[in-house]
Design a protein around this ligand. Structure first.
Ligand code: NAD
Length: 318
């Protein structure tokens, strides 16, 4: 990274200002970065600043910032009209465009062309390999994964991973930057489809959808079972802490009996395909595994955020 004059703020860009981009931009601004935001959709980057300002109220509730800080933080966000303008002179770029390899490759080719050669280029991809994304870059050694989790301003973990050509220094800088923001970077040794969090999440979801498909239990019942059991322990124990405290010998016995029966399908689950074929694409369509009214969506997300805020307060204040 370049040397800055005393008092000069570090600079970052966020490219792609949808569900993820505005929260990432807020976290960077909170951490003292001047953030330029670019989105291919006209007006989207400006909208992202409004959304970031709204999200800041969650950070006040979590005790992360004071109400008096918000104006200053939001003043560090700027909507710009092109990728070239976004990356001009920045130390780091966080890409959060659509999950589509062709789009990401095109965006990274432009980032590679317009950014300084020492600018870190970090992708928020949920599943695509960094080596593929960086395939059109002249300097792939500065490209890595920085995978934030929705909603990025309230979830501490950010997964970091290298591609085949990523320099070790890129990973160190990405981790240091995220730590400086108070995030919990989890650094993987290599790239792999879905990285860590989505591999775990989708392993559980594959089994859950299979059980719905077999008629063993409904989606509502499975969610109730998860929320009232394993999800209650996870905030304290995670997975391996749970296994240790339950007794590894017991878990070995269960694995021996159960593992052959667990779903190992390689296609998307039938109940998911059926939902999509019948137009039930999730909360924004009004139907997914549940029926959703607009009020349901906003009240559910409100309750989710309230719980995430409570957990952030526990992290900070015990
Ligand atoms: N939504 C999630 O829960 C989640 C969680 C973690 C990671 N991600 C990843 O983050 C990325 C973004 O996801 P999202 O949910 O924010 O998507 P989104 O559709 O809400 O936002 C993507 C934004 O990228 C913009 N865009 C598309 N092509 C562009 C281009 N060429 N240049 C600039 N902007 C462009 C779109 O206009 C849109 O505003 C994806 O890679 C996704 O897999 C999503």
């Amino acid at each position: 990274m370049t040397k800055r004059r005393p008092g000069e703020l570090p600079r970052a860009a966020v490219v792609g200002a949808g569900r993820m981009g505005h929260g990432i931009a807020l976290e960077l601004a909170r951490g003292g970065y001047l953030v330029s935001i670019y989105d291919v959709q006209r007006g989207r980057a400006r909208q992202a600043i409004t959304e970031a300002e709204q999200d800041a109220t969650d950070l006040i509730a979590a005790g992360v910032i004071e109400a008096a800080d918000v104006e200053n933080i939001v003043s560090r966000l700027e909507a710009v009209p092109s990728i070239q303008a976004a990356v001009d002179g920045v130390d780091v770029v966080f890409e959060a465009v659509a999950e589509d390899l062709d789009i990401k490759r095109e965006v990274f080719a432009q980032l590679d062309q317009y950014a300084r050669v020492d600018t870190l280029l970090l992708s928020n991809t949920s599943s695509i390999g960094i080596t593929e994304i960086a395939g059109s870059c002249r300097y792939p050694e500065r490209v890595a994964l920085a995978h934030w989790i929705l909603p990025p301003h309230l979830i501490p973990v950010v997964e970091v991973a290298p591609g085949e050509q990523t320099a070790e220094s890129t990973i160190v800088e990405a981790r240091n930057l995220l730590e400086s923001l108070g995030k919990w970077p989890i650094v993987l040794r290599c790239e792999l489809p879905g990285y860590l969090i989505n591999r775990l999440q989708f392993a559980l979801l594959r089994e859950a959808m299979e059980l719905v498909g077999q008629g063993v239990a409904s989606a509502t019942e499975i969610d109730r079972a998860v929320r009232g059991s394993i999800a209650r322990r996870m905030p304290v124990l995670g997975l391996f802490g749970q296994a240790d405290t339950a007794g590894l010998d017991v878990y070995q016995q269960i694995f021996r009996y159960l593992a052959p029966d667990l779903n190992r399908g390689t296609a998307s689950p039938a109940v998911l395909d059926e939902a999509i074929q019948s137009g039930r694409t999730g909360a924004t369509s009004g139907h997914g595994f549940y029926p959703w009214s607009p009020d349901d969506v906003s009240s559910t997300l409100h309750r989710r955020n309230a719980e995430l805020i409570r957990l952030l307060r526990v992290d900070r204040f015990g």
